[in-house]
Design a protein. Structure first.
Length: 275
């Protein structure tokens, strides 16, 4: 029997990257999945965001593990749509035990040159979208009366900052405050709330030319090799970046009985990047 047998997890940003990895890893441990992601390009983002085909692949990957999954194309800026996805998922799967507020974007510009739309889109998705996710799905955990777990995807950028991502660091730092308040508010209902703070993770949000340029602003056309060199210098351990499954393993610890008394923490998976 898996660590999450009989439980249901609501995961945003589930179409690819860390979100898909979380869906698969939790399904491997017996969980059924409510998966949401947007299929529309986010206009301020300089790389391709997830597609309907990506979300369909997540569905196939979970179903291949003989687990149930309910998937919806939802933008986390849309609270009504998030509520419907949560309600429909719980109606189909019978309960909700876990929320992983994972959806997020990246973009880059100097703080004094950034336009208002770029700033606002980042805050709306990476900060307010997390609150909307928990506002939509969290009441189902409370109503179940069995306790549960919420994991918020923050970032090492909330602890160790870099240039050109003031909006990203602001949003990810704000999540720590949100997590801390929720942990206090929901603790009496045996609902644990934690944030997770990854270093650079090998996902489509990172593996693209604009992000290579962010890491190597000294080069006009940086390559993947140039990026790897810069990324490796951020970590104390001798690795360029971590894999999505490395974050999924940490999420599994936080949402399973292994972490049953862990709440209100900033769980760092950074290969020593903050040292």
């Amino acid at each position: 029997m898996g660590k999450l047998e009989g439980k249901v997890a609501f995961i945003t940003g589930a179409a690819r990257g860390q979100g898909r990895s979380h869906a698969i890893r939790l399904a491997q441990e017996g969980a059924d999945i409510i998966a949401v992601d947007t299929a529309k390009q986010v206009v301020t983002v300089p790389y391709d965001t997830a597609t309907a085909a990506d979300l369909e692949q997540t569905v196939k990957d979970v179903e291949a593990l003989d687990r149930r999954i309910v998937a919806s194309e939802v933008d986390v800026r849309d609270l009504a749509a998030l509520k419907k996805a949560a309600d429909d998922g719980v109606a189909a799967l019978g309960r909700l035990d876990i929320v992983i507020a994972n959806a997020g974007i990246n973009s880059m510009a100097p703080a004094l040159e950034m336009d208002e739309e770029m700033w606002q889109t980042m805050i709306d998705i990476n900060l307010t979208g997390v609150w909307k996710t928990i506002r939509a799905a969290g009441p189902h955990i409370v109503a179940g009366g069995r306790g549960g777990s919420i994991v918020i995807t923050s970032s090492l950028a909330s602890i160790s900052v870099n240039e050109n991502i003031a909006h990203y660091s602001a949003a990810k730092s704000g999540l720590v405050g949100l997590m801390s308040v929720l942990a206090k508010e929901l603790g009496p209902q045996s609902i644990r709330v934690n944030s997770i703070h990854p270093t650079t993770v090998a996902t489509p949000m990172i593996l693209n030319e604009p992000t290579y340029k962010l890491f190597r602003p000294d080069l006009e056309n940086p390559t993947r090799a140039d990026f790897d060199e810069a990324a490796a210098q951020m970590n104390r351990l001798p690795v360029t970046m971590v894999e999505p499954v490395d974050i999924s393993e940490a999420v599994l610890y936080l949402v399973s009985d292994s972490g049953r008394y862990v709440t209100g923490t900033t769980h760092v998976v950074d290969a020593g990047g903050r040292l």
